[in-house]
Design a protein around this ligand. Structure first.
Ligand code: PEP
Ligand code: MN
Length: 258
């Protein structure tokens, strides 16, 4: 049965549900976003991610389409009845983003941008707050409280890996954050296996591990032709791969949690 946006958002904020957010790292064109969204919609996925403004480590790489992609995301989200997610990287964009995007994402590099967090607390859109790459649970929790104290309690935390001495993976996915965040906060906890591992072959086992550990959702970078992605190609997966990842999720949850 088709869910409306309010119900999808309620599920996203619930500490008892499991949500799947998928889509490209960065919106590359209106048509490519439409193609991905159509396929995700057919698969039963109703939350679409797509970067509009990108915080790239190198200024010489593709930094997103910018403002024009706001309307692409809004249009495509409405076309398929999907809830949309995109990262806000500066305070000045909060107002416009709150009109065009359903759920605003705070990336790892911005977790400590307290003035931006306070402004995000003054809008109604749910906020996904990623863990700073060197933040403790406590620091992450307190960052979330900046948003809540300012008036917006619709916060989701997302573990996206932390910096350690390991270099094989892009970051180190801290799975213990799932039970820890459930213990010390009331926020739903999601896992981003894409940015935390940086490797497409690791997305499946880490997603299944996150489901087993009790996470409330995952955010997975998916593209029609992942190798051609303008950003984060190595960690992007195909739609078929995504299908094979999500297939047993309900069964894993039923076995472990019902
Ligand atoms: C993202 O999800 O688009 C992103 C940039 O992730 P992070 O901030 O975790 O690197
Ligand atoms: Mn990315």
């Amino acid at each position: 049965m088709k869910k409306d946006k309010t119900e999808i958002i309620q599920n996203m904020l619930s500490a008892n549900e499991f949500n799947i957010i998928a889509g490209p790292c960065t919106i590359e064109s209106r048509d490519s976003l439409d193609e991905i969204a159509a396929a995700l919609h057919t698969m039963g996925i109703n939350i679409l991610r797509g970067g509009i403004y990108k915080m790239r480590t190198s200024p010489h790489t593709f930094r997103g389409l910018g403002d024009i992609a706001l309307s692409y995301l809004k249009e495509i989200g409405e076309k398929y009845g999907m809830v949309t997610v995109s990262e806000c990287i500066e305070t000045d964009k909060i107002e416009i983003m709150s009109e065009y995007v359903d759920v605003l994402l705070v990336g790892t590099r911005s977790m400590h941008n307290y003035p931006m967090l306070e402004r995000l607390g003054r809008i109604k859109n749910p906020i996904i707050l990623k863990r700073g790459m060197s933040a403790t649970y406590k620091e992450w929790q307190l960052a979330a409280e900046y948003i809540v104290e300012s008036g917006n309690s619709n916060v989701i935390l997302c573990e996206r890996g932390i910096r350690t001495f390991e270099t094989h993976t892009r970051n180190t996915l801290d799975m213990a954050s799932i039970p820890a965040i459930k213990e010390i906060t009331k926020f739903p906890i999601y896992i981003d296996p894409s940015h935390s591992t940086g490797k497409r072959d690791y997305i499946k086992p880490m997603t299944w591990a996150a489901v087993a550990a009790g996470a409330n959702g995952v955010m997975i970078e998916t593209n029609v032709c992942p190798d051609k992605s303008l950003c984060d190609a190595e960690q992007s997966i195909t739609l078929d791969e995504l299908k094979s990842i999500i297939e047993p999720i309900n069964e894993i949850r039923r076995l472990l949690y019902s």
